[in-house]
Design a protein around this ligand. Structure first.
Ligand code: BES
Ligand code: ZN
Length: 564
């Protein structure tokens, strides 16, 4: 098991950055960030500091003997090699970003909810921080930082850090993938003692209602797994083009507006991003091959929060949905991607972002819980978060600690290194879903079903149980094409594409043009590409929708639909 990070040019074993100070202008007029970063490190005998960059324009490096930008690698970007002056402990890089920076999305006013102001946000995970800050872009390197950000009048800048007067401060060491910035027309609503929500004015009240249980969620995790150590916990609602559901930027989770369903049915995403404050932000994966340590633990914690705040049935429904989607996705993955510790040499770490680290990872923890009992497992997790707090660890570090603290009968190596779900795995079950399965069978036999009290989870399960359903009848009885719930609408559209159901296509086109969430777009385009007629449509839709997608989404979809 390799523990070196293959996704950085930097050599933190030789010189290690400890602290950085960002000073940036947000130039909406040119779609660039312009300014400097001061990097501080322990004085070293070594005379070279190597930083990661991607598409940055380096204007100068202060307090250094010389610098040179090396050749650009398609995945890693280009190394910035800085010759250090003897005995020095800092350098300042003066730079600007490219309008195409992979970690930035610059939105025009029409792409926002308010339609009047532009919007900018960063997405640094996995290796995109280097496209807006030259740094040692490895999750094994943790830094404290300060940020000063200037925006045009009327627009607010926020960073995932603590606000300290005119600037931002992060006084806990964090990996670079958690450094984040956003700017736009934003309004704030307080939700609880230490939490609140930021959103564009037209969305902020709906967001405050949807996220009203956030403080209860924080208390739930604290009771189970120890104190929240990051001060405030705020949420930032991003426009629907955000490529993910959520991103666990410390103190300030970024979340897509597509989870504002009106009935809190999609807030497990908040539970998820909040849980990262323990699994991921407090204890971080040291390399992208260890990504399952972040996501598997977090899905496990997410379900425990959902169970505590919304009841056992909801948690179990989500666990069953997760297990079924895992099996579905795994069937299309190569064997080497069905293991928890995945080989990424020569690959983009975003390729490793399948349901395997999430759902197989969570299932391993649930299996261990089942063996040792919840009480002992919770005590183990609390001590794990304490023991490794503010550190980045590998899968081997976890296994050593687990074997020392919690001797098990469950064999761990098959989970970590072999494809698929080993025998003896925990098997989530939902009684409510048994009734949904009955309903699906009856509906397919032509009977009517009463869907009156169904929330998102029963709907998703029902729809996924149907085998080549009569789409016209589905429309007549349920009108799912008019659903304001992004998960239900997405599931419906996916079925419509599979069935070649033309009446749904205007809605499909609208969805593909307004939503940028990769999890939704990838299956829809993939399904379209399966027939010649669908392929023609996919290309046509993508041609106009592409420029509204985030650079990360563009890369994913270029591979499916074909580039510009
Ligand atoms: N940290 C991830 C998002 C991520 C992963 C960004 C890898 C870049 C590379 C975040 O916590 C996450 O997992 N988001 C999920 C939602 C969650 C409820 C499963 C998403 O965006 O769908
Ligand atoms: Zn996550």
């Amino acid at each position: 098991m390799e523990s070196m990070d293959v996704h950085t040019w930097s050599r933190p074993d030789l010189v290690r950055i400890r602290h950085l100070e960002l000073d940036l202008d947000v130039r909406f007029d040119r779609k660039i960030l312009d300014g400097s970063v001061t990097l501080r490190f322990d004085p070293t005998a070594h005379d070279e500091l190597v930083l990661d960059t991607r598409d940055l324009e380096i204007h100068s490096v202060e307090n250094a003997a010389a610098f040179k930008v090396g050749e650009r690698d398609r995945i890693l970007g280009a190394p910035l090699r800085i010759r250090l002056s003897p005995g020095s402990s800092w350098v300042r890089v003066v730079y600007s970003t490219s309008p195409q920076a992979s970690g930035l999305q610059w939105l025009e006013p029409p792409q926002t909810a308010g339609k009047r102001h532009p919007f900018l946000y960063t997405q640094s995970q996995a290796i995109h921080a280097r496209s807006w800050i030259p740094l040692q872009d490895s999750p094994a390197v943790r830094v404290t930082f300060q940020g000063r950000v200037r925006t045009p009048a009327g627009l607010h800048a926020v960073m995932a850090a603590e606000r300290a007067g005119e600037h931002f401060e992060m006084n806990h060491p964090v990996p670079s993938y958690l450094i984040a910035l956003a700017a736009g027309a934003l309004e704030f609503r307080q939700l609880g003692e230490r939490c609140g929500v930021l959103a564009e004015p037209p969305l902020v009240d709906a967001a405050a209602r949807e996220f009203a249980d956030t403080e209860a969620m924080i208390r739930a995790v604290e009771e189970m797994f120890g104190p929240y150590r990051w001060g405030r916990y705020d949420l930032l609602v991003l426009p629907p083009s955000f490529p993910f559901g959520g991103m666990e930027n410390p103190c300030l989770t970024f979340a897509t507006s597509t989870i504002l369903a009106g009935d809190k049915s999609l807030v497990s995403l908040v539970a998820h991003e909040l849980a990262h404050s323990w699994s991921g932000n407090l204890v971080s994966n040291a390399t992208w091959s260890d990504f399952w340590l972040n996501e598997g633990f977090t899905v496990y914690l997410e379900r425990r929060i959902v169970e505590k705040v919304y009841g056992r049935e909801r948690g179990e429904m989500e666990a069953v949905l997760g297990r079924r989607e895992l099996d579905r996705e795994m069937a299309n993955l190569q064997e080497s991607d069905r293991v928890l510790h995945i080989e990424l040499e020569g690959r983009d770490p975003d390729d490793g972002c399948t349901l395997v680290p999430y759902e197989k990872g969570a299932l391993l923890l649930r299996t261990i819980e089942q063996e040792v009992g919840r009480e002992r497992f919770d005590a183990f997790l609390r001590s794990y978060f304490d023991h490794f707090a503010f550190r980045s660890i590998t899968t081997a570090d976890f296994l050593d600690y687990l074997r020392r603290e919690l001797p098990l009968k469950t064999l761990l190596d098959p989970w970590i290194f072999q494809p698929g779900v080993p025998p003896g795995a925990a098997d989530p079950h939902s009684d409510a879903f048994e009734r949904i399965e009955d309903a699906a069978a009856r509906w397919q036999h032509g009977q009517q079903v009463d869907t009156g009290d169904w929330t998102t989870q029963p709907w998703l399960h029902f729809l996924r149980m149907l085998d080549r359903p009569d789409m016209a009848r589905l429309d007549r009885e349920f009108h799912l094409g008019e659903s304001g719930n992004s998960e239900i609408l997405h599931q419906y559209l996916l079925m419509a594409v599979r069935a070649g159901h033309r009446p749904a296509f205007p809605r499909l086109i609208e969805f593909l043009n307004s939503v940028g969430r990769r999890k939704f777009l990838k299956p829809l385009y993939t399904e379209l590409m399966k027939t010649p007629e669908g392929e023609r449509q996919a290309r046509q839709i993508y041609q106009s929708a592409r420029q509204g997608y985030h650079p990360i989404t563009q890369v994913t979809l270029d591979a499916i639909v074909g580039g510009e």
